[in-house]
Ligand binder design. Structure first.
Ligand code: GLV
Ligand code: MG
Length: 345
């Protein structure tokens, strides 16, 4: 390991992150009872300009009165280039109470964007004597943000997670597409002709570079990398495939822009039981190897060594955190059930 140690952000389960427009009071109630790991209440792009003020009021009301169970709760503020953002921060923090866990900052372009919000949040927290320190979720969704992602990730001790905002990223980079996430039929490799003259095309993952780059910046700074939205809410298979691709690259979870995507995300980001079992067996085998003075042994016909131990430890720790979170979520169910009934009336 390097002599520089990576400080890990607050550990939270972040498999599913539900987006809810702050302008829709009924949806806020339903979201609270949705079972998502993280819920972000939106003041930005899903809220029309004329509804921004009412959305703030709805969110403050929700933070004060709804039972969000064990979910982590975040509010997405407007961008720093708008005249809404300062009031979002002031009103939500001054009036929202202690329930709020994080603020999500969209379209972060430079570390100074994070610094500016940190300065405001720090002043307000001190002025009102807030006990719980607000964390930051940062959306990387512009070319500028991606260019500066490493510095952004290191910009504040409040930083908890980086999110890939695929829709705005496509707009910012002029990627030729009008859908939110998923593959593009233009991003294919056409193979050279085989001896029989046949050719085939293979779809590529056009988001691979962006997500990988964000994952590295996040992990190098102890943050959670989270994959953003997938717009086709009818396409569960497409969502699942995207979620699993991002999980394979190191992401911790994915946004759900519709409640039906929550279970898909939770499922895709649960470490499979078979892999957790293998991880536990690796730890056991390596403990026995160490007792015999060996550094590497074979398990199931494959070589394992100290790096395998580190991989296995990550997986077992994640499974433990998810199990503890599931227990806490189950304990919160009775209260949520009442709320769900009230929300559906
Ligand atoms: C999310 O905000 C996105 O732009 O994809
Ligand atoms: Mg966006």
């Amino acid at each position: 390991m390097s002599f520089t140690l990576v400080r890990r952000a607050v550990p939270r389960v972040n498999r599913s992150e539900l987006a809810v427009p702050g302008s829709q009071a009924r949806m806020l109630e339903k979201a609270a009872a949705s079972g998502a790991d993280v819920i972000f209440l939106d003041l930005e792009d899903s809220v029309a300009p004329d509804d921004k003020a009412q959305a703030r009021k709805n969110i403050i009301d929700a933070l004060q009165n709804l039972d969000f169970g064990s979910a982590a709760v975040s509010v997405r503020i407007n961008g720093l280039d708008t005249h809404y953002m300062y009031r979002d921060v002031v009103d939500i923090l001054e009036q929202g109470g202690e329930r709020l866990d994080m603020i999500m900052i969209p379209k972060v372009g430079t570390p100074s964007d994070v610094y500016a919000v940190d300065m405001m949040v720090t002043q307000i927290e001190t002025a009102i004597g807030r006990k719980k320190k607000i964390g930051f979720e940062l959306i990387i969704e512009t070319a500028l943000g991606m260019q500066n992602v490493e510095a952004i990730a290191a910009a504040s001790p409040r930083n908890e997670s980086l999110h890939f905002g695929v829709a705005d990223y496509a707009a910012s980079t002029n990627a030729r597409m009008t859908v939110i996430g998923g593959p593009s039929p233009d991003y294919v490799v056409l193979t050279d002709p085989l001896p029989d003259g046949s050719r085939s095309s293979h779809w590529g993952d056009m988001w691979h570079y962006a997500i990988s780059r964000m994952v590295v910046a996040a992990r190098a700074n102890g943050l959670r990398p989270v994959d953003g939205p997938f717009g086709d809410i009818q396409d569960a298979d497409g969502y699942r495939a995207q979620a699993r691709r991002a999980a394979a690259l190191g992401c911790e979870g994915k946004w759900a822009i519709h409640p039906s995507q929550i279970a898909l995300a939770n499922d895709a980001y649960n470490p499979p039981a078979k892999e957790v079992d293998r991880a536990k067996r690796i730890l056991k085998a390596m403990k026995e190897a160490a007792a015999e003075g060996k550094g590497a042994v074979t398990l199931d016909g494959r070589m394992i060594d100290a790096a395998s131990v580190r991989q296995a430890e990550v997986m077992v720790a994640k499974a433990k955190l998810i199990a503890a979170n599931t227990k806490a979520a189950q304990a919160a169910v009775p209260k949520l059930a009442d709320q769900r009934k009230a929300a559906s009336r």
